[in-house]
Design a protein around this ligand. Structure first.
Ligand code: FES
Length: 251
């Protein structure tokens, strides 16, 4: 079993741990880095985001393609909301601080040292505390995505199911699980209460807090699954829209 004790001194990577702690870092670098590169490419591409009743999550809500006041990809007007929510997420912070900044690279492993670590109490990392407000922004985006997912089952005014409809539905379900397992929501519902049973409303809040806490236990899992689903949903719609593949009509 690893000893959770940092070795004295400032030699980078020094630790008393005997396990392969660095193995956790590699998938984060590859997956998060890959997603970041793909999302950036798609955000700037500005085409192949709509086909039939399908709309890419990177381009939701749909901004009228006939606009003249904005010369660039409409995704650039949208991405700050979902991106801000993910970038300030408690779980992702831990993941990318370790994987990209190596600060520290893992629990009980020495970082570079030689700097005054103030955590998230000083600029610029204090800005991470804006996460609770990004949660409200994420709720607005979720409404649009649920609308898009439901609309993806309507083909010229009639109900129909394409493979893309199912993919969009799975994506918004995973995004909802990710959002409703958020630490900030858990605090919002159950925080600042001294007594859970003192009134009807505090009892209701207790029930809500228990529900969010149950989801919260799997927040890391939902973070990764929803990241994959957003990327794959966009990729599927891009491939169908560009004619590279044909959408499979199921019903
Ligand atoms: S803590 Fe991860 S979304 Fe809020």
């Amino acid at each position: 079993m690893a000893e959770l004790q940092i070795v004295d001194g400032h030699s980078f990577g020094a630790t008393k741990r005997h396990d392969s702690w660095w193995v956790e870092i590699l998938p984060v670098v590859i997956v998060l880095g890959g997603f970041g590169a793909y999302a950036t490419f798609r955000a700037f591409e500005g085409k192949f985001y709509e086909w039939g009743p399908y709309l890419s999550p990177f381009y939701s809500p749909l901004i009228d393609a006939g606009h003249t006041w904005w010369k660039f990809s409409p995704a650039l007007l949208i991405l700050a909301g979902p991106l801000g929510f993910r970038a300030t997420c408690y779980y992702y912070r831990k993941a990318y601080y370790r994987a990209f900044f190596l600060d520290p690279p893992a629990c009980a492993v020495n970082d570079r040292g030689g700097h005054n670590y103030k955590g998230e109490t000083a600029f610029p990392l204090i800005l991470q505390n804006i996460h609770r407000y990004f949660f409200y922004v994420a709720l607005i985006f979720l409404c649009f995505l649920w609308y898009d997912a439901i609309k993806s089952f309507m083909w010229d005014g009639r109900f129909g199911v394409g493979l893309g409809s199912l993919i969009m539905l799975a994506n918004v379900v995973l995004l909802s699980l990710y959002s409703f397992s958020c630490h900030s929501l858990r605090h919002l519902i159950g925080g600042k209460l001294d007594c859970f049973s003192c009134s009807q409303s505090s009892h209701l809040r207790y029930k809500g807090w228990k529900g969010v806490s149950a989801l919260n236990e799997n927040h890391m899992l939902f973070a990764w699954l929803s990241l994959f689903s957003v990327g794959l949903t966009d990729l599927y719609i891009r491939l169908v829209s560009s004619g590279a593949i044909t959408d499979m009509k199921i019903l």
